[in-house]
Design a protein around this ligand. Structure first.
Ligand SMILES: Nc1nc2c(ncn2[C@@H]2O[C@H](COP(=O)(O)OP(=O)(O)OP(=O)(O)O)[C@@H](O)[C@H]2O)c(=O)[nH]1
Ligand SMILES: [Mg+2]
Length: 324
């Protein structure tokens, strides 16, 4: 049974039981398969025939190239993959296209692994991004993920623009079984973030997860509001926020990349979360995202349920993608 290197280290560090780890990693692969189902059905299924060939002519190479582009892997990565395939095919040699794709994709994806989410004192996590990408949902799932590990979590309703946003977070708090700290609608997000950090520090809670309102990277005053949240957290915990997660919607594919680039540069982002992979036929977008933003993907969202957030694992992702 296969044990992916990076995932194994992470898993083994926590559980020290090989059998449990292998089970968990198989589970991870199944979750990635679920997340990539749409990409598979719509784009990658026709690739199965080509990947089974040992020699490909120019027409077949072009067909493969088109399919890889449709999966939103990006021109740069597809060029790299196709150059390698063409080089190996030179002189009439036989190739294993699937093995080559896997090797090349892993090279691209292994460049920037995320640091594990490990509690050390009180860790503050801020979730940011444009409207509707899945920040609040991700926060709820992340709270449940950390709670399942037996760690203390407090969530902070930092989106004070809409009453519905506060209620939505309250509901996620109930689902995850963690307390929610909130103030009234229209309140100052920096003040509620301060209260959350103060309370968690006093109680020794491991994680403070702060939701924020969706904002466009072009709205200066809203981007400054994020700075204010940083400053007010630092009054309580000088090195907070420890992680700033930029939440991205996979259904947007590469179209959202430029916007994300500006966000990543201005908001002190440390990690990415890619949501709605299950609703996207552009699952390959993980590759250009990593290449352009030069930040690790910490988690991937594969559904609307409380368990539908998975730590990103390059091996499981590539196996899920190429399972055709
Ligand atoms: N299928 C699927 N839906 C998701 C996922 N993550 C979030 N959603 C859905 O996307 C919609 C928006 O999610 P929210 O969490 O409210 O997004 P948000 O970024 O907090 O939105 P604003 O606060 O309005 O900026 C909801 O209907 C979620 O259920 C996912 O991984 N898969
Ligand atoms: Mg929200």
């Amino acid at each position: 049974m296969r044990i992916p290197g990076a995932g194994f280290t992470l898993c083994f560090g926590r559980l020290r039981v090989r059998e449990v780890c292998v089970g968990l990693l198989d589970g991870l692969l199944n979750q990635f398969k679920k997340g990539l189902k749409r990409t598979q059905e719509l784009v990658l299924a026709p690739m199965g025939r080509l990947l089974g060939l040992r020699r490909l002519d120019e027409a077949q190479l072009e067909e493969l190239e088109d399919l890889l582009l449709q999966a939103d892997l990006g021109v740069k990565a597809v060029d790299q993959l196709m150059t390698r395939l063409r080089t190996e095919l030179k002189g009439g040699s036989e190739v294993d296209p699937k093995a080559i794709l896997k090797e090349e994709l892993l090279k691209l994806l292994h460049q920037r692994p995320a640091l594990p989410f490990q509690a050390a004192g009180t860790q503050v996590v801020l979730l940011v991004g444009v409207n509707g990408v899945g920040k609040t949902t991700t926060l709820g799932k992340l709270a449940a993920f950390l709670k399942r590990r037996g760690e203390g979590v407090l969530v902070v309703a930092g989106d004070t623009f809409r009453a519905a946003a506060i209620d939505q977070l309250e509901l996620w708090g109930q689902r995850a079984g963690v307390p929610v700290i909130r103030n009234q609608m229209g309140g100052d997000p920096a003040a509620i973030a301060f209260d959350g950090a103060t309370s968690a520090k006093a109680k020794g809670t491991s994680w403070v997860l702060i939701d924020t309102a969706g904002r466009l990277h072009t709205k200066d005053h809203l981007m400054k509001e994020l700075d204010k949240i940083h400053r007010s957290l630092q009054k309580v915990i000088p090195d907070a926020p420890h992680r700033v997660l930029l939440v991205l919607d996979a259904t947007t594919g590469q179209n959202g990349l430029q916007q994300a680039e500006v966000f990543a540069r201005t908001a002190g982002v440390t990690d990415l979360v890619l949501t709605k992979l299950d609703g996207s036929a552009k699952g390959g977008v993980v590759v250009p995202i990593l290449d352009r933003l030069r930040l690790p993907i910490a988690f991937v969202g594969v559904g609307e349920g409380v368990d539908d957030l998975i730590p990103f694992d390059a091996e499981a992702f590539v196996d899920g993608l190429l399972d055709v």
